[in-house]
Design a protein around this ligand. Structure first.
Ligand code: SF4
Ligand code: SF4
Length: 336
């Protein structure tokens, strides 16, 4: 039998819709129909029928158990197999609560990364204003849809656009601090620095924040080619401040990512520059690597040996120096 914990309890709050999860690269053509739950335009315009949300989840979960994998899930590494006779039948998968939220209702950004998905929405003129997400999150907390009693390790994650440009960013963090949410994952480009993030990185008994910045380069020139903005120095300054703030008990609270973009940053020299900057100059203790998503899809996941070697090279440098390291999404599925 099969299950997915995100299908059971995940909620992606998008520009004008709810989705089951934030992933869509496994089968992009199937995503539009399947990953979609309901339309949603913010608390001023929409009222959520939570029964409908959970009944849609339950239908897909049951299908999965019956061996019908939703099209958008095919090939996803988060699908788990379990035995029909095993003790744990994951019955709570059918309970009505959310334990991971991806906040992705705005695609405002101060970068223009060549691999970005957020701008598809901009080009189709979807309204991208911050639509009062705090109200929705508060409703979820109060109604125990987002249920910290049942699932104390629930995760709030930011996706789509640059979270630090949200007017509500500090308010969202304060809200979850108030309710005692332990896990917050922040994907930011690092161009804008946040005092509050720095404060949370230092030490906070109620909130544990994990900050991920994709630098993808070790030089201003390559950064510019990928991010299409000349802000390398801003990001370096931000990383320096956050890195100093990271508490020694939690060195992975700040992760810097290198997404390999073939023909742009796929050289050992650039990886060496990235490594020396992050580890030796900025004191980062956690690096990650991935492969650019659109390229990966275009090539059907067929990754040439030299890219695999670069991934292994970065991992081995980290290993040698006792730096924490992880492969991310596309790099992870290669099983290197
Ligand atoms: S299996 Fe993958 S794609 Fe499907 S809901 Fe789970 S995380 Fe999303
Ligand atoms: S920082 Fe993120 S949202 Fe902004 S352009 Fe890059 S990938 Fe897109």
């Amino acid at each position: 039998m099969y299950r997915c914990k995100y299908l059971a309890h995940g909620l992606y709050i998008g520009l004008n819709e709810f989705r089951h999860c934030c992933l869509y690269f496994h089968s992009p053509e199937a995503r539009e129909e399947q990953n979609f739950i309901i339309n949603y335009y913010g608390p001023k315009k929409s009222k959520v029928d939570w029964e409908e949300v959970f009944s849609k989840k339950k239908k897909l979960l049951q299908d999965m158990r019956d061996g019908i994998i939703p099209a958008f899930c095919k090939g996803c590494r988060y699908i788990e197999e379990f035995d029909e006779d095993s003790e744990n039948q994951y019955s709570s998968d059918f309970d009505n609560y959310i334990d991971i939220v991806w906040i992705g209702h705005s695609n405002h950004c101060n970068a223009r990364c060549m691999y970005c998905n957020a701008f598809v929405a901009l080009s189709t003129k979807i309204d991208t204003k911050d639509y009062g997400v705090i109200k929705l999150l508060e409703e979820m907390l109060k109604k125990k849809i987002y249920n910290l009693e049942k699932a104390p390790d629930s995760i709030i994650s930011f996706a789509h656009g640059e979270p630090l440009l949200l007017n509500s960013f500090d308010g969202i963090l304060k809200l979850f601090e108030k309710y005692g949410n332990r896990n917050i994952a922040l994907y930011t480009n690092g161009i804008k620095y946040s005092r509050m993030v720095e404060k949370f990185l230092k030490h906070n008994e109620k909130v544990s924040i994990r900050v991920i910045i994709s630098l993808d380069s070790g030089s201003r020139e390559v950064f510019k080619k990928i991010k299409m903005v000349d802000k390398f120095n801003n990001v370096v300054k931000t990383i320096k401040k956050y890195s100093k703030a990271v508490h020694e008990d939690n060195p992975c609270a700040l992760g810097i990512k290198y997404i390999i973009v073939p023909k742009i940053n796929d050289t050992k020299e650039e990886i060496d520059k990235f490594y020396d900057l992050c580890v030796n100059k900025l004191g980062v203790k956690y690096l990650m690597a991935d492969i650019e998503e659109h390229w990966f899809i275009r090539h059907n996941g067929d990754v040439p040996d030299y890219i695999k070697e670069l991934l292994v090279y970065l991992r081995d440098r980290c290993k040698k120096d006792n730096i924490n390291f992880d492969f991310f999404d596309r790099a992870y599925v290669l099983g290197l």
